[in-house]
Design a protein around this ligand. Structure first.
Ligand code: ADP
Ligand code: MG
Length: 365
């Protein structure tokens, strides 16, 4: 991206409308550094004393490497490992780096776990719709059908020698739903290895916190209201040592004939996912899991997603529906004893136009 664009992008308000409530009791200012990578503004705030930009430079260099390897944007890159995989003739075993192999493996696992609601071979549909990269009209029905038929993770093989094979001509992989999470985990690793104990990483609304705030209280991470202007939020996740990742329809989309077409696609229909669920926030230990699961949940819809998240230990979620209802997994519910004082991860509702409901109400639907 040219420097002008880059500067412009950095000036945009937080892309996912996550409001971060700043620590107000610390002695010194945190080190805050931003860059534009992975299609979004990435902001690193280190709250320990004694660090400088030589550390954040290393983090951004690592993220840039991940982008150069895994981007499938033909506007930004002539060639990347994944563009090479996608362009190779069917049946070719294409070598990739250990990084890329690891992300593809995780993406393939989530494709299996979700029975294809998440599908790492979504590329033909992503390319056809072009949402976020110039696409502004609904593609012809025949082209959607043709692309949809090329999406099937069963036809992706990750070979024991570290190469990758796609079985059919025209297929392709896309890790847009998971790479930011992987990059955030890598950033965390570098910071922890350098001794950082209190930091907040914002990867365009994918949040990862190291430790707690400098005063030992939990971080407070605002969750964007799905049906409002940016910077309005429905509630706050209080947490430490966790990642909080939200998928919603407002980040990349176009509107045609009054219908909003966004960038999370249902591999079964070939169209943007539409099932009454308008936003999913996942709280987890690893950002790669949270990123994959937020996209997966969005496609699965409320009941399927709730069951899936419930079945995974250490992962919690906030689901928001078109009817302005919120459903929380048990681990996020506020405890009755003085919730303000609890240091445990929990969700605090702050918007009275939204209602927290019990999931039992859903199973009857
Ligand atoms: P964002 O990257 O905007 O935070 P997500 O993590 O939900 O949002 O990822 C959306 C991206 O994931 C899309 O831009 C596309 O590259 C990819 N994608 C879209 N639909 C699917 C799907 N059903 N399975 C896997 N990846 C998808
Ligand atoms: Mg995701």
């Amino acid at each position: 991206m040219p420097p002008m664009m880059r500067r412009f992008a950095v000036l945009l308000p937080g892309l996912l409308l996550v409001l971060l409530l700043a620590a107000c009791t610390q002695s010194t200012e945190p080190l805050v550094v931003e860059d534009y990578l992975l299609g979004t503004v990435i902001r690193i705030s280190i709250h320990d004393d004694g660090y400088d930009t030589s550390l954040t430079d290393r983090v951004f260099e690592r993220v840039a490497t991940i982008e150069r390897r895994m981007s499938t944007s033909e506007d930004d890159y002539d060639d990347t490992e994944l563009l090479t995989v996608n362009r190779a003739p069917a049946g070719t075993a294409t070598p990739v780096s250990a990084d890329t192999f690891e992300v593809l493996s995780a993406a393939l696992d989530y494709s299996r776990v979700s029975d294809g609601a998440f599908d790492v071979t979504i590329w033909p549909l992503v390319k056809l719709w072009g949402i976020g990269s110039g696409g502004e009209t609904v593609p012809p029905e025949g082209e959607i059908t043709a692309a949809r038929e090329l999406v099937d993770y069963h036809d992706l093989t990750l070979n024991a020698d570290g190469t990758v094979t796609l079985a059919r001509e025209g297929m392709g992989v896309d890790v847009g739903a998971i790479a930011k999470g992987y990059a955030a985990d890598e950033a965390e690793r570098i910071l922890r290895d350098a001794g950082v104990t209190s930091a907040l990483l914002d990867f365009g609304g994918n949040i990862l916190v190291i430790g707690s705030k400098p005063d030992d209280s939990p971080w407070r991470i605002g969750i964007q209201r799905p049906d409002a202007e940016r910077s309005r939020y429905i509630g706050i996740v209080h947490t430490a040592d966790r990642t909080v990742v939200t998928s919603g329809p407002y980040e990349r989309f176009f509107v045609e004939d009054g219908v909003r077409y966004h960038h999370i696609l249902n591999p079964d229909t070939g169209y943007p996912s539409r099932n009454g669920l308008v936003q999913v926030t996942i709280v987890a230990e690893r950002s790669i899991d949270a990123d994959a699961l937020s996209t997966t949940s969005y496609v699965l819809g409320l009941t399927g997603a709730y069951d899936l998240i419930e079945s995974i230990k250490g992962v919690e979620a906030v689901f928001a529906t078109e009817e302005r209802e919120l459903f929380l997994t048990p681990g996020l519910q506020e405890s009755d004893e003085s919730p303000q004082n609890t240091t445990e991860t929990h969700f605090e509702l702050t918007d009275d136009e939204y209602q927290v409901r019990e999931i039992t109400a859903v199973t009857d639907r």
